[in-house]
Design a protein around this ligand. Sequence first.
Ligand SMILES: [Zn+2]
Ligand SMILES: [Zn+2]
Length: 134
Amino acid sequence: MASIYRGSCLCGQVSFEASGFSDKAAACHCTMCRKFHGAAFGTLVEAMQFKWVSGEGLLQDYKADNGTVRTFCRNCGSSLGFRSEGAGFDAFEVAIACFDDDIPVKIDAHIYTANKACWVEPDGQVPNHAEGRP
Ligand SMILES: [Zn+2]
Ligand SMILES: [Zn+2]
């Protein structure tokens, strides 16, 4: 029996679920992720059978200058995820911090560490890449 993993935004109006995950979950230190997530890095994972359960009307997209699209809750501002230019939610990478259930995901790489904040050091447990995955 497949598990269903649930997540939501801070105000709880947007909720979603997924049935599994890619084994790749990078912590991205690029400037855009840092600002969008308001954090040292954003951690995103491709989720299988991802779907919105509630609050789809509150989703707002922000399209960056390079065409990448980041989605957040218009009510509470929670950063929900990322997709490439022109991609749909079938290719959505979910911000793993928004899952309410424990998920079988571990950070497997730090990427764009050339852009990292001076006040954070990746722990050295997983590979660091100055830019994207090689
Ligand atoms: Zn919200
Ligand atoms: Zn990034």
